[in-house]
Design a binder for this molecule. Structure first.
Ligand SMILES: [Zn+2]
Length: 441
């Protein structure tokens, strides 16, 4: 077995049938744990008339009720404060507090034990090793070290591999760039929005070409960008570095990663997570590649507040190809394709903001920023797209390509507004580029 290539060769190259047996065994274990220790889970399964003993085959797993984010918010009104009754360990065993960003409502609080935090670091060790991180790397982490989980687990995952970690905490963007330059950092991690923003600040405010810095690999999270080919290319060109995608969430863990072979998708860490894809309209579980649905996920080893069949609302699809890297963990094609909340019908056509990002970022004369606003004019849906022209680029030189590509990729027409470079809002972490004003009416 090749210890050099895989973090855990046994798990990452396990034959699929064996892997499925392992997932089933672990699913029953975490289900039993939740049923036995969490009042919330016990009530949920009792109401459905199910106990862990009723789960006798892999097929039975889909009988277990899903957990919605809204349920997790309701729990927090119960004891013990502030987590509520999904907590499976005594409160004094909780060693870490984090919370969700609350972009879709009241934040959810996440308790973890020290064992859970080790587990988080282990999840990240799979990711980083597969992306070529090794002990010789000096990893720069330009994020606010605060109540949000962000790259906290990446910090500990990097340490676990023996990398040297530089916490870029409350430094501003310019100070972070100077520190990367001073220390010759070899890798960093950030949202795609911030990766592009840092390169922009370096170039336009500091006269530093980010390609001249020593960063050779960047791991992204938080937004679909690293899975969108044109955005990935912009980041790789700006930094002269390899850009890799990964996916994680506060309530779930770090569940998927793109390996060094960059297969235009991500491996699901199937030794530590069970991912099911549910058809959004019928509710059936999709086994075959090429059909989109929303992800239902179970973290198979997380204990303080278990994540069992959590409805993540991430839209994904299985890839029909296996990866050239030799890992048997399945690939999700193109990474996370969007949120089921964001995928909406406009003029009767299914519409995903990620498709527009792909088009805008594939056109050389346009800047990185854009904004999409959907509203109604009378009874008719209208989509406004705001884009920025790069300095010295004329509207005429990009207009036809943009209109054609948008029609080709999305089947919709847009009202396009052109802005000077630098006039649309810039974001530090996650961008808010899509607004659906119809929802408030
Ligand atoms: Zn691979």
């Amino acid at each position: 077995m090749n210890r050099q290539k895989y973090w855990n060769p046994l798990l990452e190259t396990m034959p699929r049938e064996k892997l499925k047996q392992l997932q089933f065994k672990k699913f029953k274990r975490i289900l039993t744990w939740a049923y036995t220790h969490s009042k919330f889970h016990r009530a949920l399964y009792d109401t459905a008339g199910l106990t862990p003993d009723d789960i006798r085959s892999f097929d039975d797993i889909k009988k277990i009720p899903k957990v919605e984010k809204s349920m997790m918010r309701d729990i927090q009104k119960k004891d013990p404060y502030p987590y509520g009754d999904a907590l499976c360990v005594p409160l004094e065993e909780v060693s870490a507090f984090r919370q969700t960003s609350g972009t879709t409502g009241q934040p959810v609080y996440q308790p973890d034990t020290l064992q859970d935090w080790d587990w988080w670091a282990e999840c990240w060790a799979f990711i980083l090793w597969s992306q070529g991180y090794r002990a010789k790397d000096r990893v720069f982490l330009p994020f606010g070290y605060n109540i949000f989980v962000a790259f906290w687990a990446a910090h500990y995952g990097s340490e676990k591999l023996g990398c040297e970690v530089v916490p870029g905490g409350i430094l501003d963007t310019q100070a972070r760039i100077l520190k990367i330059q001073e220390l010759n950092a070899t890798a960093m991690m950030a949202t795609p929005t911030y990766v592009l923003n840092m390169a922009d600040v370096a170039k336009n405010k500091m006269g530093i070409d980010s390609r001249e810095l020593s960063i050779s690999k960047i791991t992204c999270a938080g937004e679909p960008g690293a899975g969108i080919p044109s955005t990935k290319k912009r980041m790789e060109d700006a930094w002269g570095a390899k850009v890799y995608d990964h996916c994680g969430a506060t309530e779930i863990g770090a569940w998927a990663y793109e390996c060094e072979d960059q297969p235009h998708g991500m491996h699901v860490n199937e030794a530590m997570f069970l991912v099911e894809i549910e058809d959004i309209e019928t509710g059936h579980i999709i086994e075959e590649p090429g059909r989109r649905g929303k992800m239902i996920i179970t973290a198979l080893d997380r204990i303080a507040q278990p994540c069992v069949r959590f409805d993540s609302k991430d839209v994904i699809e299985w890839d029909s190809e296996s990866c050239t890297c030799g890992r048997t963990f399945r690939l999700i094609k193109g990474g996370v394709l969007g949120r089921s909340d964001d995928i909406t019908k406009v003029k009767g056509v299914l519409f995903s903001p990620a498709a527009i990002e792909e088009v805008v970022r594939s056109i050389d004369g346009l800047g990185d920023e854009f904004e999409i606003i959907v509203d109604k004019q009378g009874d008719v849906d209208r989509i406004k797209l705001k884009v920025e022209l790069l300095p010295e680029v004329t509207r005429l030189s990009v207009e036809n390509t943009l209109i054609d590509q948008l029609r080709l990729k999305t089947n919709l027409r847009y009202q396009i507004e052109y802005y000077d470079y630098g006039s649309l809002p810039r974001y530090e972490v996650k961008a808010k580029r899509f607004k659906d004003l119809r929802k408030k009416q």
